[in-house]
Design a protein around this ligand. Structure first.
Ligand SMILES: *[C@@H]1O[C@H](CO)[C@@H](O)[C@H](O)[C@H]1NC(C)=O
Ligand SMILES: *[C@@H]1O[C@H](CO)[C@@H](O)[C@H](O)[C@H]1NC(C)=O
Ligand SMILES: *[C@@H]1O[C@H](CO)[C@@H](O)[C@H](O)[C@H]1NC(C)=O
Length: 429
């Protein structure tokens, strides 16, 4: 059944903190009418290839960074340097073509991508393909794994715990991501897209419910719970009816591997992807099969895979890092469902994989219409808005304030029950 996709925004927003006081917002919309973006123009393809509506390429490449000595990016734990590999890092690329419009979506097994890495990948692609690919249509997301080498973000705050820039990390990532996109470029075929969803309720939990409860009541009333349990999927089907690739979005932090881990790992989403690719490519080694299964990061803000309640490190008492605090120098953290972090990664990864299989086994809804991509740099210091009064919790519309260069609130230092610290700085301050 063909349905309109308007209003079902498949993939939403990647916000990257970047250099020079700029923030980047990237939206990828699939739309079938003129309601949505003006740049570049939305195009609708006549069905010139039989009844295939799109042309789509998929590609996967290894992008594993240096597995020893470099500090992992995520927990900002200076001593968390690599000592080997648990699960290799992959880059999974999907290219969608409709008429003159082309969009590249990539999911990578890293904490975050950053503008420098994206710029390098685009520069590599432009050497090969001219201006077909640019910062406007190449969207690269990290799965947010906290167990991969850092030093690639080219940003003081984000690279300081890694002790600065690492060319070994940066080059491995730039080369691997580029290779996955080149592979996708080389196997673009006519295809149709199908949209499906499934609920997964046993793989995540809100790690800061008291912060969530600061959202306005009318907003909270719109949802059943304080996490989004929906896995959203787009499958790509070739003209012969075979699966070409599949994209999944599910909200969970890739922090099943905790801050004591010293092995590179793609964590729960990586485990889900490898498991699904194993099922879809019988007999193929990881990363070598033709069908690519991407598990993209989604609205994972305060969503933890560590679904056991938080406990104080030594006393074992219940804690929440807000009202229930632990003793001096004692951390408050939560564990996953397994006996250790490896088993927790497997259990959470498997639950996400099962949700994806359930979505894939449903008939789904065919996507129709053109493709558009919108990309905007926002210069925050020149933006204005109403001042927020934290005491009365109201916006003062008569008091205009400017944005500032990127900054962190105090609560940043408190960490969370996924990455606890001993600073005794609570959340919600
Ligand atoms: C997921 O759960 C919500 C709320 O319980 C329900 O409305 C929705 O239909 C479910 N979706 C699927 C795909 O089962
Ligand atoms: C932590 O800070 C709170 C105030 O926010 C204070 O009441 C408590 O005594 C402190 N705990 C320790 C162990 O310093
Ligand atoms: C990390 O996981 C291990 C089990 O693999 C556990 O013993 C340890 O307490 C966990 N540490 C933290 C800080 O979560």
């Amino acid at each position: 059944m063909a349905i309109s996709l308007t209003g079902k925004i498949v993939i939403t927003v990647v916000v990257l903190g970047v250099l020079g006081g700029m923030a980047t917002l990237i939206y990828f919309l699939v739309t079938d009418n003129a309601e949505v973006p003006t740049v570049p123009p939305t195009t609708v393809v006549p069905s010139e290839d039989g009844n295939m509506r799109y042309r789509v390429g998929v590609g996967i490449a290894d992008m594993t960074g240096p597995c020893v000595e470099i500090t992992f990016m995520g927990y900002a734990e200076v001593g968390q340097t690599g000592r080997g590999i648990h699960l290799r890092q992959f880059s999974r690329a999907f290219i969608f073509v409709s008429g003159d419009t082309r969009v590249v979506l990539v999911t990578t097994d890293i904490q975050a991508v950053g503008i420098a890495l994206r710029g390098q990948v685009v520069a590599n692609l432009q050497e090969l393909y001219g201006d077909m690919y640019s910062l406007s249509n190449v969207i690269i997301a990290g799965t947010h794994t906290h167990s991969a080498p850092g030093g690639h973000l080219v940003d003081f705050l984000l690279d300081i715990s890694i002790r600065g820039f690492s060319s070994e990390t940066f080059n491995a990532y730039a080369d691997g991501i580029t290779r996955s996109i080149v592979r996708a470029h080389e196997n673009i075929v006519p295809a149709n897209l199908y949209y499906a969803q499934a609920n997964i309720t046993n793989a995540h939990k809100n790690r800061s419910p008291y912060s969530y409860n600061y959202n306005p009541e009318e907003e909270r009333a719109r949802y059943d719970g304080n996490t989004d349990d929906t896995l959203t999927q787009v499958r790509i089907v070739r003209e012969d009816g075979n699966l070409h690739g599949v994209l999944n979005w599910f909200a969970v932090h890739t922090t099943s591997m905790n801050m004591t881990n010293r092995l590179i790992s793609s964590d729960n989403l990586g485990y889900a992807a490898i498991t699904m690719e194993k099922k879809l490519n019988p007999g193929a080694l990881p990363g070598k099969g033709p069908v690519v299964a991407g598990f993209f990061t989604a609205n994972l803000g305060d969503v933890s895979p560590n679904i056991r309640g938080a406990r104080c490190e030594f006393s074992g008492d219940e804690c929440d890092n807000q009202f229930l605090l632990c003793g001096a120098g004692e951390r408050c953290y939560s564990l996953g469902p397994g006996d250790d972090m490896f088993e927790s990664t497997r259990i959470i990864g498997h639950a996400i994989y099962e949700g994806a299989v359930e979505a894939m086994n449903s008939p789904g809804e065919e996507l129709t219409g053109g493709i558009a991509v919108v990309h905007q740099f926002v210069d925050m210091p020149t933006e204005t808005g109403a001042r927020y009064d934290p005491v009365t919790r109201e916006f003062k519309t008569d008091q205009q304030v400017h944005g500032c260069v990127p900054a962190m609130g105090y609560s940043f230092a408190s960490g969370t029950i996924d990455g606890a610290n001993t600073l005794n700085i609570t959340q919600v301050i």
